[in-house]
Ligand binder design. Structure first.
Ligand code: NAD
Ligand code: MG
Length: 388
């Protein structure tokens, strides 16, 4: 039975996925009750969301943020702080949307799964970095991991339902589609001169800055290969990337008999968000609906792996296993931050990550402590390689 009112925690409520999640919730007031939210720096926006939805619990980054937010909300609102706050908020609801950006979303992922509730996961970095630990938390009775990332949500839908989706023997390979980003078709020489503004101009999706930059280097697709492997229990040798500039086919599954299933819709993140919230029901809306009468062109090509080295780096991190994906993702976060702060050029992004990966020393990642240590080491190395 689907409960008539699902309690929802939306962590990272002020970001791109957060705002689009709020649009879904506004459409469905009889189905969902927003009980908890969190945000980084945008405290006025956080307070406005709290008031609009009558949210009981709000998470912020630090005690200083708590003091500032307390001036903007009613004193009955409980304000929680830091990683421990995020972990508690992730245990306050029936469905937890993890829309936090980057490794900072780890307490949400682990907290929700350990509470045995549904985790609607947009935050890919926590899953990629902590795959063995997330896998363990997923074994908690009641825990359910539903991907929000459009490619993974497409694959999830092709595999139909949560029960039988992991390690399925009838699956030959997963085909992750990639728009190719704003620099598709450019040579290594041309890529030397692209700017921050160019990188932030994604051809088909409007997203937060970090993932938009990742899409321009194809690091996002590399991270998504690791994400798909962790989600569906498929080794990366059976995960291929296909460039599909229209972003209409969101990904595909090839079965052992050669049949391929795909999920199609216009690029609109509200569709996978609504799917992950509503499951097992599909919510009745028209987000992403395609109109074939006006002509829909679908083309596919192989990625250019010599100009876009991030893909090979991600496959290599998967081959190394253990903490290597955590290093890749942490080094990439530092690189993207530095790029957004105009400290490095676009063409420095992937080489910086590659340099950090050369120092990787194998670690099995047995504990959360080990994960935080590995994350810190990779960040330190990446920061040490930035220009002064
Ligand atoms: P964003 O930068 O727009 O928003 C991030 C949210 O996290 C904001 O609410 C911000 O305040 C909060 N946040 C940032 N740093 C934080 C920290 N250190 N501690 C606590 N909160 C912090 O990002 P986004 O584009 O919405 O992406 C969120 C996640 O979803 C990312 O992992 C991204 O890869 C994934 N994702 C996004 C899209 C998209 O369309 N935007 C698509 C697929 C996957
Ligand atoms: Mg994606």
């Amino acid at each position: 039975m689907v409960p008539s009112h699902r309690r929802v925690a939306l962590l990272g409520a002020t970001g791109s996925i957060g705002r689009q999640s709020l649009e879904v919730l506004r459409r469905e007031p009889d189905r969902f009750d927003l009980v908890a939210i969190s945000g980084g720096e945008q405290l006025a926006e956080l307070a406005a969301i709290q008031r609009e939805f009558g949210v009981s619990w709000v998470g912020v980054k630090s005690p200083a943020h708590r003091e500032r937010l307390a001036l903007l909300v009613d004193e009955s609102v409980e304000i929680l702080v830091g990683d421990e706050g995020l972990r508690q908020l992730a245990q306050s609801a029936d469905v937890v949307v993890n829309a936090v950006m980057g490794f900072a979303g780890l307490p949400v992922t682990i907290g929700a799964l350990e509470a045995g509730v549904r985790l609607a996961l947009a935050n890919k970095e926590s899953l990629i970095a902590g795959a063995p630990l997330v896998e363990r938390a997923r074994a908690t009775p009641g825990a359910e991991l539903v991907p929000v990332d459009s490619e993974h949500c497409a694959i999830y839908q092709c595999l139909v339902g949560a029960s039988a989706q992991r390690g399925r023997p009838d699956v030959r390979r997963l085909l992750l589609t990639a728009s190719g980003g704003p620099f598709r078709g450019m040579s290594s020489a041309q890529l030397q001169h692209v700017t921050r503004e160019d990188a932030l101009r994604h051809p088909t999706w409007s997203m937060g800055d970090k993932i938009t930059v990742d899409s321009s280097t194809l690091m996002n697709k590399g991270l998504e290969v690791l994400e798909a492997s962790a989600l569906f229990g498929v080794e990366v040798a059976r995960i291929d990337v296909v460039v599909h500039p229209q972003s209409v086919v969101h990904s595909m599954v090839e079965f052992v008999d050669g049949s391929i299933l795909a999920q199609l819709s216009n690029p609109d993140m509200r569709l996978p968000i609504a799917y992950s919230l509503g499951l097992p029901e599909r919510l009745d809306h028209r987000w992403g609906a395609l109109d074939f009468s006006s002509g829909v062109e679908l083309t596919f090509e192989a990625p250019d792996r010599s100009s876009f080295r991030a893909l090979d780096l991600a496959y290599e991190a998967a081959r190394l296993g253990g903490a290597a994906p955590a290093w890749l993702s942490a080094a990439n976060e530092v690189a993207v931050d530095a790029f957004l702060a105009r400290r490095i050029q676009w063409c420095d992004l992937v080489p910086l990550v590659a340099t950090v990966m050369e120092h990787y020393e194998s670690d099995e990642l047995a504990t959360l402590g080990a994960l935080y240590e590995n994350d810190a080491t990779a960040r330190r190395l990446a920061t040490g390689n930035l220009p002064h």
